[in-house]
Ligand binder design. Structure first.
Ligand code: ADP
Length: 808
């Protein structure tokens, strides 16, 4: 616009009426000919308004007089524009007038060398908008750079126009220029954009969405990206440029690969838990990409750390006798059930406490305790030679692997104990076989005697020898019985078929009854047999006297058996202890004694059999085993002190309930005590014998011959019932085990019949089972008493007579 040029010859009146402020100045030069100030020559009304001064105050005045603040600015500005101050020159400028707080566009025209005309137009609004625009552009640029996404704009032919800093950072660069140079010609890892460079790619493929590709970062690591591109077209539909958005999906991609590898682990696992543990440890290192991985176990006994399995670990990691301060121990095993993440070991105390950290330059650690039954037994860890920020996925992976390891470790323990149990079972089995061989020998010996002597008896022998032979047969028979009783008791205890009875008894009577039995054998061996019961303070007790007696018999008989010279001393005592009476028995002998190495074996079952096989004295070797088991059942104890060649001392303690006040209850209370009376005593006694064994039938006939009893014999329970119904018997002798119907069943039926009729026939059980509990079974079935086989004549007759006398 050349308004100044066109109008310069016209009257200044024209300017006066202009809708713009107008001023005409005379340029003032200094002595060096430099323009330094302006003098007002002419102004219009609008300028007067802008200047805020009257017309007269301006005309003829210097500008620096009117606005002193412009002094330096004006001089500088005039000198800068000196070249323009030539006649005919027009130029535009702008000025901010502080006093008015306004911006003005200046249209300047130099009409001759010294006269300058200026039109001023208020441009404050435009200027404000411009500032705002500048600011918003700045903000936009910042937003662009700070976006977490990589952004760039390229020309349609793949030349970069603009890229943000995030894009450069994704690839490991700290500024856009460096990144741009590097990637101008780079190819992606999969080589799908050969030669195109990073920015040329859209040219090849046009618009695209969520396209994944892999590149190499500045540090040479794989960078996984996902990008979308869009062509921006001009109004004519021609491509102007291409906008691209790039997302770094490296972490996600690596996590996906790690999880895939973790899943693969389960395919690699086999049946051997030890190998599986190794596989898990190796995988931990490979997936998390550490320098090495370890599975350390804390040895509880020695408080040492053992490396059970490792991958790539230095040799001296493998055992640590003092785990204190070691990362695996302090941070992981001692820690809670959570992962231990140490991203830079140099910032932790472990740099001082764990010597391996410095020695091997360890920088980061990811560990997880291995938990079994709620207790940390060790830890699985991955160690790196560089500081590392472990990802969420990696932390989850170490937790998962540690759980898998814990399962394998448990499987390992189970298998280990199974192997041990199998070995033990094999040893026990061998011992049982040896026991059976021994037992077979033990049983055959007396049997041989019985058979042999019986044979001799049937032959022609003088009478006095016959009597000796008979004695020997009897002895052999009783030896055999003892053996069988031992085996039987043992198996009853083993199968748990034994329970405790609670009956009232007098301790001194029980002890007397028991020890008296041994006077004769002790005397026969020439031993001093001393009994002391002075320490018995509590005599009325409640408990299983039968089992206690069995215990005493076993120990006293051993003392006599294993003592050839000297004495056997039995001391008994009892004392009230709280709710219980504690009974103590000391059985001391001066016999062969027991060697130290055998001392802890004598109560074991079968294990001592080997020892028995070599010994001279007979015995099943079950006596003390049974004794110990009976005492366990009674909450009692047995201890032994012994010196080989000098003698032994067995100390037995058993708690019993106090029986004071219960003594009136006699054993008979447990028997049926019917009120029924027998009709006549004078009559010949009629006996019904139910017994299937011919030899026993014969034996009973012989034993009872002298009694003039009338005995009817049947072979089973059913026949016994039939006979019972048809005849009247004074007493029934009922074998327990019989074919067709056993003795218990038969007794129950007979009792049923009698209940209806209101009568009671005494029934005595004949049983081969010698245990006390069998008596209870007989009584429960309705029998009045029992005789155990084999029986002696005297005992047999007494029981029958007693029963007849009692059940009247
Ligand atoms: P056994 O039937 O052989 O007597 P026990 O179980 O009663 O079996 O005893 C086991 C072994 O303990 C005996 O064989 C014997 O070697 C040893 N023993 C038991 N009591 C004594 C004792 N008072 N003196 C020496 N040795 C004994």
């Amino acid at each position: 616009m050349d308004i100044f040029g066109q109008k310069k010859k016209e009257s200044s009146e024209v300017f006066k009426n202009l809708p713009l402020a107008f001023v005409k100045f005379l340029i003032n030069y200094n002595s060096q000919g430099q323009p330094v100030d302006l003098t007002f020559l002419e102004v219009n009304d609008l300028l007067v308004k802008v200047a805020g001064q009257s017309h007269d105050m301006l005309i003829g005045k210097r500008l620096t007089e009117v606005s002193p603040e412009l002094k330096t600015f004006l001089a500088e500005s005039l000198q800068e524009n000196k070249a323009k101050l030539t006649e005919g020159s027009n130029f535009e400028s702008e000025i901010y007038i502080e006093s008015r707080k306004k911006w003005f566009d200046l249209y300047v025209s130099v009409s001759d060398q010294d006269i300058i005309t200026i039109l001023l137009s208020d441009c404050t609004r435009r200027k404000t908008l411009e500032e705002e625009l500048k600011h918003s552009e700045f903000m936009f640029k910042q937003l662009y750079d700070d976006s977490p996404l990589g952004l760039c704009r390229t020309s349609p032919d793949g030349k970069l126009i603009i890229a943000n800093l995030s894009l450069a950072k994704i690839f490991g660069f700290s500024n856009v220029e460096e990144f741009t140079d590097y990637y101008a010609s780079a190819a992606d890892i999969n080589g799908t954009n050969k030669g195109g460079g990073f920015f040329g790619k859209p040219v090849l493929s046009g618009n695209f969405n969520d396209h994944e590709s892999t590149w190499v970062s500045k540090e040479g690591k794989p960078i996984y990206i996902m990008e979308s591109a869009k062509k921006i077209l001009d109004q004519g539909g021609e491509p102007l440029y291409i906008e691209r958005i790039v997302e770094n999906i490296t972490e996600r991609k690596i996590a996906e690969l790690q999880i895939a590898e973790l899943n693969h682990l389960y395919l690699e696992m086999g049946v051997d838990p030890e190998k599986n543990i190794q596989t898990i440890v190796k995988k931990a290192c490979e997936i998390i990409q550490g320098s090495c991985s370890l599975y350390n176990r804390l040895d509880d006994k020695n408080k040492s750390l053992l490396t059970w399995s490792e991958f790539n670990a230095p040799a001296d990691f493998k055992r640590l006798d003092k785990p204190d301060g070691h990362i695996c121990y302090e941070a992981t095993i001692q820690g809670k059930d959570k992962p231990v993440i140490l991203e830079d070991l140099n910032t932790t105390d472990f740099i001082n406490t764990d010597s391996n950290v410095k020695r091997y330059g360890l920088r980061s650690y990811l560990g997880m305790p291995v938990i079994i039954n709620g207790k940390a037994i060790g830890s699985l860890c991955v160690v790196c030679n560089v500081p590392k920020k472990f990802t969420e996925t990696e932390i989850n992976i170490i937790s998962t692997l540690s759980k898998a390891l814990s399962l394998e470790q448990q499987r390992f323990f189970v298998e280990e104990s199974l192997i041990k149990a199998t070995d033990e079972a094999k040893i026990a089995n061998k011992a049982k076989s040896q026991f059976l061989a021994n037992m077979s020998h033990e049983i055959r010996t007396p049997l041989n005697g019985i058979i042999g002597f019986a044979e001799m008896l049937s032959s022609q022998e003088p009478d006095e020898r016959k009597a000796r032979i008979l004695n020997m047969i009897e002895d052999s028979g009783y030896q055999l019985l003892q053996i069988i009783n031992d085996i039987f008791d043992y198996s009853r205890i083993e199968t748990g078929k034994i329970s405790l009875k609670s009956e009232a008894f007098k301790l001194n009577e029980l002890i007397e009854e028991t020890v008296n039995f041994f006077h004769k054998p002790a005397q026969e061996k020439g031993l001093q047999y001393i009994i002391n019961t002075d320490k018995i303070t509590e005599n009325h007790l409640l408990g299983d006297s039968y089992k206690f007696k069995q215990v005493m018999v076993n120990v006293i008989s051993n003392a006599i058996k294993f003592t050839d010279d000297g004495s056997v001393l039995v001391i008994a005592g009892s004392i009230q202890k709280g709710d219980f009476v504690e009974v103590t028995m000391v059985i001391e002998d001066t016999g062969i004694g027991i060697s130290n190495d055998q001392l802890d074996k004598i109560f074991d079952e079968f294990k001592q059999v080997e020892y028995y096989l070599t010994k001279k004295i007979k015995g099943t070797g079950l006596g003390l085993t049974i004794t110990k088991k009976l005492l366990d059942l009674m909450n009692g104890k047995i201890v032994v002190e012994s010196e080989q060649g000098k003698g032994s001392r067995f100390i037995i303690t058993v708690p019993f309930k106090s029986g004071t006040g219960t003594m009136e209850r006699s054993k008979e209370e447990y028997m049926n005590k019917p009120e029924i009376k027998r009709e006549t005593d004078a009559k010949k006694i009629k006996i019904l014998l139910a017994e299937d064994n011919e030899a026993n039938q014969f034996l009973i006939k012989v034993i009872t011959k002298s009694q003039d009893w009338d005995i009817t014999i049947v072979e089973n329970g059913a026949e016994a019932i039939e006979k019972y119904k048809s005849g009247k018997y004074d007493i029934i002798l009922m074998d327990v085990q019989m074919p067709i119907m056993n003795g218990y069943e038969a007794t129950k039926i007979i009792r049923q019949i009698e209940f209806e009729k209101g009568m009671h026939t005494p029934i005595i059980a004949l049983t081969a089972y010698a245990m006390k509990s069998d008596k209870d079974i007989c009584i429960e079935a309705g029998m009045d008493d029992y005789i155990s086989k084999p029986f002696k004549r005297q005992q047999f007759l007494e029981t029958i007579n007693d029963t007849l006398a009692r059940v009247v």
